[in-house]
Design a protein around this ligand. Structure first.
Ligand code: HEM
Length: 332
């Protein structure tokens, strides 16, 4: 039989679509508290290729190249699981987005093509020395989501590898190697003391292959800054003081993490993907239902959660802005 050969790369563009038409709105109701808000992921697809693909991949790679310890960590015993993640991700790329990505396999000799970036990489599956980066680091440089690998052993989950460029103020370098409860230690203590954190950990440990789960996490941020890492706090933290109820619509962004959890059948670990989306507050203001929901959530949310999420100091400005938008809409 003839060997499969890759066809030449044809560069394609991700089409533009208005942000409001594709933004993953996280709320069903009008209140917010800590909960296991995860749902079965249907369809069971990890990737979401948005019009921001090229600029976000460029930013990711810059951060990976300049802030290595902050953005990439791995234990040598995670390599097998890393190859499993690479395989799962590449297979999904080629089957769900064949116009953007392709993979040609001849036994363990694989050629991967990224048609958006016009890139091609041949390698031997399972052999780290044939890739320019570790497998998780390599595949992470082609997807917008951050990718975290948790190993399951001794009745717990441990952060054994991760590529994290766009964190909501948590540090991969600090959390690397930690167990699930320790990772969640900075969350207000009732998350743990109520038994919720333990329940969530046990729920994840019972997850089955082929039955992924999804949940949203959210916060607000000043300016469209994706790298809100503690290491870069000096750059983004100071911007909070600039917010007023007059400029909130333009300055403040609502930030949603579309998180997905997959059981890896070979390594028995968990892949946790986090795709971060940003939308400017004045875009939300165009949608009366979103505006009312966000306003109600902000007004009723406990102060410890608001403080933890990092916007207690300017929450009143956001509420004034949203309420004036609601008044304007209802008087028109
Ligand atoms: C069903 C699964 C999960 C649930 C329900 C959950 C729940 C939560 C909640 C409620 C928070 C506080 C976030 C906020 O209010 O802004 C949080 C924070 C966090 N979660 Fe999870 N989590 C889950 C899975 C995971 C997994 C698998 C990881 C893997 C690393 C993880 C890592 C984190 C981290 C790093 C933080 C931030 C902690 C910090 O401030 O340093 N979570 N999680």
């Amino acid at each position: 039989m003839d060997k499969a050969t890759p066809t030449p790369i044809k560069v394609v563009k991700v089409p533009n679509r208005p942000i409001a038409d594709r933004f993953p709105w996280p709320f069903k109701g009008d209140t917010h508290d800590f909960s296991n808000n995860s749902k079965p992921l249907e369809p069971p697809i990890m990737l979401d290729i948005t019009p921001e693909y090229v600029e976000e991949i460029k930013l990711k790679r810059e951060l990976l190249d300049t802030r290595k310890e902050q953005t990439y960590q791995s234990a040598p015993h995670s390599f097998e699981a890393q190859w499993e993640i690479l395989e799962m991700t590449m297979d999904e790329m080629a089957s769900i987005f064949p116009h953007y990505f392709s993979v040609v396999k001849n036994g363990n000799e694989w050629t991967f093509q990224n048609h958006i970036l016009g890139e091609e990489q041949s390698f031997t599956f399972g052999d780290n020395s044939t890739l320019p980066y570790e497998p998780l680091d390599f595949i992470g440089r082609h997807v917008q989501a951050d990718l975290i690998y948790l190993a399951q052993r001794d009745g717990d989950l441990y952060l054994d590898a991760g590529q994290l460029c766009f964190p909501a103020n948590w540090s991969l370098n600090f959390d690397f190697g930690m167990d699930f409860m320790s990772i969640h230690f900075p969350v207000p203590s009732r998350f743990t003391t109520s038994g919720l954190a333990e329940k969530i950990r046990n729920f994840i440990m019972r997850m089955e292959p082929g039955k992924p789960w999804t949940r949203f996490n959210w916060t607000v941020t000043v300016e469209p800054i994706l790298d809100s890492s503690p290491e870069a706090f000096d750059e983004w933290g100071v911007k909070k003081d600039n917010v007023t109820s007059e400029n909130a619509g333009e300055l403040v962004y609502f930030r949603v993490e579309d998180q997905k959890l997959f059981r890896l059948p070979r390594s028995n670990g968990i892949l946790f993907s986090i795709h971060t989306h940003l939308i400017r507050l004045d875009e939300i203001a165009k949608n009366p239902q979103w505006t009312k929901q966000l306003n109600n959530i902000l007004v009723t949310m406990a102060d410890d959660i608001t403080e933890y999420k990092g916007f207690l100091s300017y929450k009143d400005k956001l509420v004034t802005y949203l309420e004036s938008t609601i008044e304007e809409t209802s008087s028109n």
